[in-house]
Write a protein that binds this ligand. Structure first.
Ligand SMILES: Cc1cc2nc3c(=O)[nH]c(=O)nc-3n(C[C@H](O)[C@H](O)[C@H](O)COP(=O)(O)OP(=O)(O)OC[C@H]3O[C@@H](n4cnc5c(N)ncnc54)[C@H](O)[C@@H]3O)c2cc1C
Length: 245
């Protein structure tokens, strides 16, 4: 385990609500700059479900302060090729390196794609290594702040109140923090569209002849992800050596 350069303790207490990837990364970085950190998660145990996502240069740069995580981040990453199709189902681009789609003259041409459970596990392992243990089964139902007193806090489902210097509401799209942040509750609105997404081990998916024929690996063994445009819909298929969604 490499040494992490932590700044001097600054006496600031931070309470993170939500142990998704946002909350965990925030917890790590707050600890690194010297804060005392607690994390409340409503699930009873680790939930690292989900399939895959892409992170870009700004997120990857954060890892420069975390040598072990940086190493693991690249070990678990994979780099698919990408093809794009228009409304008529015609291929308009690809297969090209996925990183080409976010390349600009300002941003280094770097991205990494991960299976979400793997990425989540890297963050959890790092938190454990620095001695931050997540507090499971703690559902935040409300947030409060006292600007004059310089304190903020959360109310849990059991009615208990927890005060701290800083609260980070990382509890996802339905966060009850909207009342404070936006000055009023912000209701979710349906887009009217739906997406179905599921991941299979690739050896299972390839037992289907149609899938096996369509999603062939390139000659050098690379996988190709496909993005299809549709009327109000967006469909995406990708695969690597382990999974297919
Ligand atoms: C199909 C799909 C594809 C995506 N692809 C990408 C991609 O390629 N790249 C990318 O960057 N992003 C992608 N995203 C978005 C990405 O999943 C989210 O941006 C990311 O999960 C947000 O992380 P988070 O930690 O903020 O929230 P979440 O992952 O939603 O985590 C919230 C956490 O808070 C907990 N929680 C919720 N309510 C409470 C409460 N009241 N009290 C305590 N804990 C609570 C939850 O249990 C959960 O652990 C995709 C999303 C979807 C649905």
């Amino acid at each position: 385990m490499s040494t992490i350069e932590r700044r001097e303790p600054n006496g600031i207490s931070v309470l993170v609500s939500g142990a998704g990837i946002g909350g965990l990364m925030a917890a790590l970085e707050c600890w690194r700059i010297g804060c005392n950190v607690r994390v409340f998660e409503r699930s009873k145990t680790n939930v690292t479900s989900g399939d895959s996502f892409t992170i870009g240069p700004s997120a990857l740069d954060t890892f420069k302060h975390w040598p072990d995580m940086e190493k693991q981040c690249y070990e678990i990453a994979y780099y698919p090729l990408l093809s794009q199709f228009n409304l008529k189902g015609e291929k308009i681009a690809g297969p090209v390196e996925m990183s080409k789609f976010i390349h600009s003259h300002k941003v280094p041409n770097r991205i990494a794609r991960h299976m979400r459970p793997d990425f989540h596990a890297v963050l959890l392992e790092q938190l454990k290594a620095i001695g931050i243990y997540l507090e499971y089964g703690k559902e935040v139902v409300d947030y409060f702040e006292n600007a004059q007193g310089g304190q903020a806090g959360v109310v849990l489902e059991d009615g208990s109140k927890h005060s701290t210097d800083l609260v980070i509401a990382a509890d996802g799209v339905r966060s009850p923090s909207w009342g404070l942040v936006a000055g009023q509750p912000v209701a979710n609105r349906s887009s009217g569209n739906a997406i179905f997404r599921v991941a299979y081990p690739v050896e299972h998916a390839l037992t289907d002849p149609m899938i096996a024929e369509h999603f062939q690996l390139t000659d050098d063994g690379r996988s190709v992800m496909e993005m299809w445009a549709g009327p109000g819909a967006y469909a995406m298929f990708w695969r690597n050596k382990d999974f297919m969604t």
